[in-house]
Ligand binder design. Structure first.
Ligand SMILES: Cc1cc2nc3c(=O)[nH]c(=O)nc-3n(C[C@H](O)[C@H](O)[C@H](O)COP(=O)(O)OP(=O)(O)OC[C@H]3O[C@@H](n4cnc5c(N)ncnc54)[C@H](O)[C@@H]3O)c2cc1C
Length: 553
């Protein structure tokens, strides 16, 4: 937390040094003393402080300055820092101006120069004002601030990226918040170029990509060494569990994650069926614990960093990353899970992030306050997200392709949805159209039981359909089923024959793919359970096969 500031302003260098010295001597431990030689310079300093989100507790300003008087300065400065206390340094002839300022500018005090001895004439006054300020003012948020348009895809992506990586930030909506407009102005940024990101060290990023932001906020995107015993692609539950077991058993382990640790589970608002947590836990909580556990055992995690290609070179598996870097390993675990299928509708792309969301979009739940929102999908993830949104939205309607929820959703979730007063389920329903200018305004729902279509106003559309595996980056190496899920173990032994190109003189291990030493775990595996516990179990199990593979080499 940065120290609050005492801003001293005087055009006379001797007086300015004296006031700075005295203030620093008495208050320097708790407050930072900043000085400026004119009102103009002080306003500039104040703008810079606002960009860093630092707070001024007291202005101590000389009345008689060329260019801008003390009271003229205060009139402008209190618009930027309304809570700061105000002290005017005056000569006898300035008393009228000081008295006017008490009425017009809520001047707290005027001090006649010189203020010697400071113990009697300066410190008690300032101490009293600082105490009052400390008691009344909440400390400013000390982290990253994002300024943008509420319905902007780029803003949504940054918010979602930081939230999923569990990095606190403050969101400032340029349309709703005067402070946001002020900060854009101070940063001399172009309002057309939002989002603007302000970092606590004063750095500013205009429309950064998540990777640029990751570098600035201390996430690690480059591997420490070129070679590992085990590389795990994907830091969902399967990848994180594997990492914990592998590193705790002495394997030098790297996880590479394209978006944020936690995977799909990280987006869950409440996981109620994971063993050992009878009252449930959030995906963010599970992720935080799992990441800490993995790091405690020495796992290296790169995020965000995508694996785009894999090659076999001699005994090694070589991974190419999105930024062109390469890392190699002896054994590789694919734990890349699944991703929601995009709805292919005209006009939907510009509305993605502006009312249309894939997956839970927890950061956007607050914006649905008082709105009628729709959730597409009948699986557990859709049900969970719908229940979460129902805490904010006026109404939540689940649009389900099938005849009822019973076909696809766990009973406990379906029961809770039925009981919720602001939730309903529309069976036989599919979204066939979306509309809106800058943001989603309406959707068209088709009913397959009677072929009728209806246009309804919609404050949000959250899509959870057709989870697809993400395996293109390894498609030319390992065998996959017709949907792209990866085959392993007995699934590869069609007709008792080993997979084509198989080089080992044994059958593939249970979670081993068609290439010896490349393993698969979790949702990305052919016919996996699509549950957190099973992903965790498979991740842990895969490590025992990695050991057997390494031992036999
Ligand atoms: C909102 C929601 C709620 C859910 N709630 C529950 C629940 O309550 N109980 C339950 O049992 N299950 C639940 N599930 C399902 C559960 O989360 C998944 O089954 C589980 O997360 C699968 O884990 P995984 O590790 O296999 O894959 P994922 O969780 O999908 O993780 C895969 C990771 O791999 C990364 N990745 C993909 N490709 C690459 C690449 N090329 N390079 C680098 N990284 C890559 C992804 O970014 C992702 O983070 C829920 C799912 C969702 C979406």
């Amino acid at each position: 937390m940065a120290k609050p500031i005492i801003l001293a302003i005087d055009d006379d260098p001797t007086v300015l040094s004296a006031v700075e010295r005295d203030l620093r001597h008495k208050f320097g431990e708790q407050f930072r003393v900043v000085k400026a030689a004119s009102g103009q310079a002080a306003l500039e300093a104040l703008r810079e402080l606002k960009l860093r989100n630092e707070q001024v507790a007291v202005f101590v300003v000389d009345q008689r300055m060329p260019g801008m008087t003390g009271t003229e300065f205060l009139a402008q400065a209190i618009k930027l820092e309304p809570d700061a206390r105000r002290v005017l340094l005056t000569a006898y002839a300035d008393i009228d101006a000081a008295i006017r300022a008490i009425n017009d500018l809520r001047l707290d005090h005027y001090l006649m120069k010189p203020w010697d001895p400071p113990e009697e004439r300066l410190y008690p006054v300032i101490q009293d004002l600082l105490d009052a300020w400390l008691a009344a003012v909440r400390p400013a948020f000390d982290g990253i601030r994002i300024i943008g348009h509420r319905w902007s895809t780029a803003s949504y992506q940054l918010k979602e990226f930081l939230a999923r990586n569990q990095i606190p930030f403050q969101w400032l909506d340029i349309e709703a918040d005067e402070r946001a407009r002020q900060l854009v102005d101070f940063a001399q940024a172009d309002a057309a170029q939002l989002p603007l990101v302000l970092l606590p060290d004063g750095a500013r990023l205009v429309r950064p990509s998540p990777v640029e932001l990751a570098d600035k906020v201390g996430l690690k995107t480059r591997a420490e060494t070129p070679f590992y015993d085990l590389i795990i692609v994907g830091a969902g539950p399967a990848g994180l569990a594997a990492a914990v077991y592998a590193a705790s058993e002495g394997l030098k382990t790297l996880i590479i994650e394209a978006q944020a640790p936690g995977g799909q589970a990280g987006q869950s608002s409440r996981i109620e069926n994971y063993l050992g947590f009878p009252s449930g836990l959030s995906g963010a909580d599970l992720t935080r614990r799992a990441v800490a556990q993995a790091q405690r055992f020495g796992v290296e995690i790169l995020t965000p960093q995508e694996v785009v290609r894999t090659q076999l070179r001699d005994m090694y598996r070589v991974l190419q990353l999105g930024d062109g870097a390469e890392v190699s390993c002896q054994a590789l675990l694919i734990a890349t899970g699944v991703q929601y299928r995009k709805l292919n509708l005209p006009g939907i792309d510009p509305l993605t992030g502006a009312g249309v969301y894939y997956g839970a979009a927890i950061t956007e739940a607050l914006t649905t306050q008082g709105q009628d929102v729709y959730v597409v999908g009948g699986g557990n993830s859709a049900g969970q997200a719908a229940l979460y949104l129902a805490q904010f939205a006026r109404s939540v309607t689940l649009l389900v392709r099938g005849a009822s929820l019973a076909e696809s959703m766990s009973r406990y979730l379906a029961d809770r949805i039925r009981e919720a007063p602001n939730m309903s389920v529309r069976p036989n329903a599919a979204v066939v159209g979306v509309s809106g200018d800058k943001q989603l305004e309406a959707i068209t729902i088709a009913d397959s039981s009677n072929n009728a279509q209806q246009v309804v106003p919609a404050g949000g559309l959250f899509i959870f359909i057709g989870a697809l595996p993400r395996t293109e980056w390894i498609a030319d190496l390992v065998e996959r089923d017709e949907h792209g899920f990866i085959l392993s173990g007995p699934d590869l032994l069609g007709g008792g024959r080993r997979p084509r190109g198989w080089t080992a003189d044994r059958d593939p291990f249970l979670l081993e793919t068609s290439v010896p030493g490349i393993f698969v775990a979790g949702d990305v595996r052919h016919q996996s359970m699509k549950r957190i516990a099973s992903a965790v179990g498979e991740g842990a199990m895969a490590v025992s096969f990695v050991h057997r593979y390494l031992a036999a080499r």
